[in-house]
Design a protein around this ligand. Structure first.
Ligand code: ARG
Length: 251
């Protein structure tokens, strides 16, 4: 009996020891889960099932240079911060603006880009010339974004939130909406690829920053990411991908 117990204990030791080793092996790989919403061309979008875009290349390069493996988690934009807070993901890169509200919940890297706020309308609509003209109009914006907040602040406007910007643009084209509120850098490709649309910049509003989000208390990784952002700006990688994804554009 005693011998049996000894054998069982030894076996357990081997099994437990094995588990321990597995954990260390995983730690060595240092996989970071990066959340995004790949419905935001040219920042992040799907091409042949793969997440591509300016943010995608930037994040992949940062983590590669820092020696991490990374795995993408694609989800709806409004689900990103909750996913980060519940540690389902380690970082967010999603063209996300570090608003005061969001800064209460998570930390942000240095801003890696700024862009104007704009709205897209159908070309033949000559009525809408400034942000003021959007009062009492039917507006579309992406769910959970700063653009939804801007739209909701416009007096009397009727807001429809969309998970997909493409769907909002379709509704604009079929005149179910009067305008779609978007950032300039995001609006530009839609105008280029859809005849009969034009864009108006909301010069009344300040330009928006864009940054990487991380949980509070991760200063060490945040600092490394900031250094790497700086490095990629200095070594030309940033300009290379900027010119690749934001051709002929001004922020
Ligand atoms: N910059 C805006 C915001 O932070 C829009 C970002 C939307 N990004 C996305 N991947 N859908 O609210």
């Amino acid at each position: 009996m005693r011998k049996m117990m000894l054998i069982v204990s030894l076996l357990m030791l081997v099994v437990l020891g094995g588990c321990g080793k597995k954990e260390t092996a995983q730690e060595e790989k240092k996989v970071l889960f990066v959340g995004t919403n790949a419905e935001f061309k040219p920042f992040e979008y799907l091409e042949d099932g793969k997440i591509v875009g300016f943010d995608a290349e930037l994040m992949e390069k940062i983590l590669e240079n820092l020696g991490y493996e990374m795995e993408w988690k694609n989800m709806s934009f409004d689900g990103l911060i909750p996913a980060l807070q519940s540690e389902k993901i380690d970082l967010i890169i999603a063209g996300m603006t570090p608003t005061e509200e969001r800064k209460k919940a998570v930390d942000f890297s240095d801003s890696y880009l700024t862009t104007k706020q704009s709205f897209v309308i159908i070309e033949k609509n000559n009525e809408l010339k400034t942000m003021d003209d959007l009062k009492n109009k039917k507006l579309g914006a992406q769910l959970g974004t700063a653009q939804e907040t801007i739209a909701r602040g416009i007096e009397g406007a009727k807001i429809t939130p969309y998970t997909s910007i493409t769907a909002a643009i379709l509704d604009l084209k079929s005149e179910k909406l009067d305008a779609v509120v978007l950032e300039n850098l995001v609006a530009l490709p839609y105008i280029k690829n859809n005849e009969g649309l034009k864009k108006i910049d909301m010069e009344e509003l300040p330009k928006a920053d864009v940054a990487i989000a991380i949980n509070k208390g991760n200063e060490e990784l945040l600092e490394k990411i900031n250094k790497e952002l700086q490095n990629l700006k200095e070594n030309g990688f940033y300009d290379e991908i900027f010119n690749k994804y934001f051709v002929d554009t001004q922020n």
